[in-house]
Write a protein that binds this ligand. Sequence first.
Ligand SMILES: Nc1ncnc2c1ncn2[C@@H]1O[C@H](COP(=O)(O)OP(=O)(O)O)[C@@H](O)[C@H]1O
Ligand SMILES: [Mg+2]
Length: 224
Amino acid sequence: MIRFTNVTKKFGDHYALKNISLSIDKGEFVFITGPSGAGKTSILKMIYGSEQADDGEVMVSSWDVSKLGARSLPFFRRSIGIVFQDFKLLSRKSIFENVALPMRVTGTPYRDISTKVPQLLKLVGLAHKAECTPSQLSGGEQQRVVIARALANEPAVLIADEPTGNLDYDLSLEIIQLLKDICARGTTVVMATHNREIVRQTGRRVIRLEKGEVASEGTSYYGR
Ligand SMILES: Nc1ncnc2c1ncn2[C@@H]1O[C@H](COP(=O)(O)OP(=O)(O)O)[C@@H](O)[C@H]1O
Ligand SMILES: [Mg+2]
């Protein structure tokens, strides 16, 4: 589903990623871990095509992301759901409208939007909040709305960059449970986090980065 082959990314003289090769199967839930600056966000941005590799190949499904031109990029991106800290909710729009936004952008008919948004809100446990605005929701609830929005166009892959970053431990586990549920429905989930405790609890595959290189690969020790 996702394959990096000898991928290198430099910013000036500094290597953000150095000769990375990795592969993620369809339907997997994989953590990208490592300390701040290790290259986690860079990996996710390359999956999404918002950073280009200087060297190597990035394949997602049958797309060669490392070679995508400006015209194909928007089409490719419809197959990826993103949960990034810089994609915030629109504060003046309702929760319903926030989740509907990606479908409006792709020209989905209103009839379909009006059935799909309630389904997504139900999935993340927020069916009763459709008419609220983001400021009326807690941090954990807002993050669940962001996840619902990321799923709106039924992406094959969901990438999440530190989705539990601003949440306490219990709420973080709720978000992880939600991501596991989404994965169980067939979506490939790739989540970057520096939180080792969460990773250990979850017991899924872990790709650990250090200074732009894969330092180890394996499964976290306990938890399900
Ligand atoms: N736009 C950028 N310009 C310059 N350096 C960058 C840029 N983005 C990331 N870097 C550098 O690349 C390295 C990896 O960053 P990043 O992928 O954000 O790591 P992480 O998400 O693990 O904290 C860091 O040293 C960071 O400073
Ligand atoms: Mg990061």
